[in-house]
Design a protein around this ligand. Structure first.
Ligand SMILES: [Zn+2]
Length: 433
């Protein structure tokens, strides 16, 4: 057998596999083969039966977890990290209690970012997005979904998705990109929604298909943004081109977007602060993964989504950061899980499932990512803790000790230091992260 990694001396493993959720008892071992796939999870003594004297034989591949615990590589199923510049001015307004709608009416919000993003060069967008991605990897996040939607012009949106493509080429982390041209109506289409949707369907979507590696199409279905009927037009066109579907719905108002998404076989519906019973039933019947964003609720002083109610209804709820410059300026995914437990009444185990296997389902990777099980990709985080609950309990602190993607160790410190040196020259930008 040819190995890439033999991780030994593990105290506990949160496998994210329902029937065998937590392995305890110490001296556990995970082996990853040379293709990056997990081929053994269990007691060291059992591994030794097939591989006697493995420590000597494969000494160069053996890494000791030194009695720490292990999670599957974390999966952030909902981010908007592709944009230029940050929006601290709005943060100050929020602090004074100005609402999301009011900030948007004053020229802030998505259109504020769009103005800056559309003028930014590819290199600037790349550098800024890369910095955010590297921070996320250092928290133990090994799969990231990232959306366009901060340019709202054909060239600008393509450029954002190509930044995601360039990041995917450079880093081992799994990146899934989503076209969110329907994030808001650009100023020039404020009174001409049909005109923008025509542009989106006739020009943007075919170009996204042709010129980028985006997997999904998403729509912001909300009062003042995209109606259910407008969403349906976009979904129909996107589905014809073979894109997977996602939807921002029920954040402020339940318009029926969740039901529409279920009808169109969307992978996920995200936000759901105002989800209804009918919405929950529709997701359940259609196998849609709900994605809940607790950091957004805290950051933007919004009600929480009824995550526990959805879990009790049998839905596999995922938790994500929604990392974006306006409503959730954090890519620290473990915090989303800690908030799920402390604020949303979700068990620690369901909170962890929400940032691992359920999140994998939300991005269409449920059969290969998000679990520490034989046959899954060897994405593994060793947390500097002795019990599996500890990293969520000791909240808002980065416990990631060693990170492996396909069994290969990721040296995040070197990359972040490199990146940090550059940030320091631009002190103001650094200070906002
Ligand atoms: Zn979002």
């Amino acid at each position: 057998m040819s190995y890439r990694l033999i991780l030994t001396d593990i105290a506990e493993i949160f496998t994210a596999e329902r029937d065998n959720l937590i392995l305890t008892g110490g001296a556990l071992l995970i082996a990853v083969d040379s293709a990056g796939i997990i081929i053994f999870v269990g007691k060291e003594s059992d591994f030794e039966k097939d591989e006697p004297a493995f420590r000597q034989r494969y000494h160069h591949l053996v890494i000791s977890a030194q009695n720490r615990i292990v999670y599957p590589g974390l999966i952030d199923a909902h981010t908007h990290i592709l944009y230029a510049q940050t929006r601290e001015d709005e943060y100050e307004k929020k602090a004074r209690g100005v609402s999301y709608e009011q900030i948007a009416a004053e020229g802030g919000g998505i259109l504020n970012s769009a103005e800056k993003t559309v003028l930014a060069s590819f290199d600037d967008l790349y550098r800024e997005s890369e910095k955010r991605l590297l921070q996320m990897i250092s928290y133990g996040i090994t799969t990231v979904e990232m959306k366009s939607g901060y340019a709202l012009t054909p060239d600008g949106e393509i450029r954002l998705l190509q930044v995601a493509d360039a990041l995917r080429k450079k880093y081992p982390v799994t990146i899934l990109s989503t076209f969110l041209g329907a994030h808001a109506y650009p100023v020039e289409f404020k009174e001409n929604h049909t005109g923008y949707i025509d542009l989106l369907i006739n020009e943007m979507l075919p170009r996204v298909k042709e010129e980028t590696e985006a997997s999904f199409v998403d729509v912001f279905c909300e009062k003042g943004y995209f109606s259910v009927a407008e969403t349906e037009r976009i979904f129909t066109a996107a589905k014809e081109l073979g894109f997977g579907l996602k939807l921002h719905a029920d954040e402020f108002n339940a318009l029926g977007g969740t039901e529409l998404a279920a009808q169109y076989g969307a992978l996920s519906v995200d936000h759901l602060e105002a989800v209804t019973e009918q919405g929950i039933d529709a997701m359940k019947a259609a196998g849609v993964t709900p994605v809940v964003l607790p950091i957004t609720s805290v950051f933007s002083r919004l009600p929480y989504a009824p995550a526990q109610k959805m879990i009790e209804a049998g839905l596999p709820v995922a938790f994500a950061t929604d990392f974006n410059p306006g409503s959730s300026m954090s890519g620290f995914l473990p915090l989303a899980a800690s908030l799920a437990s402390t604020q949303l009444g979700v068990s620690v185990q369901d909170a962890l499932l929400g940032i691992t296997t359920h999140a994998a389902h939300a991005v269409g990777l449920g059969e290969s990512h998000g679990k520490i099980v034989k046959g899954y990709q060897g994405d593994i985080v060793v947390m500097d803790a002795q019990s599996w609950m500890y990293p969520l309990y000791h909240m808002a602190h980065n416990h990631a000790w060693k990170i492996f993607i396909k069994g290969e160790q990721v040296d995040t410190t070197a990359q972040i230091e490199l990146n940090g040196a550059e940030c320091d020259e631009r002190g103001a930008t650094h200070a906002t992260d």
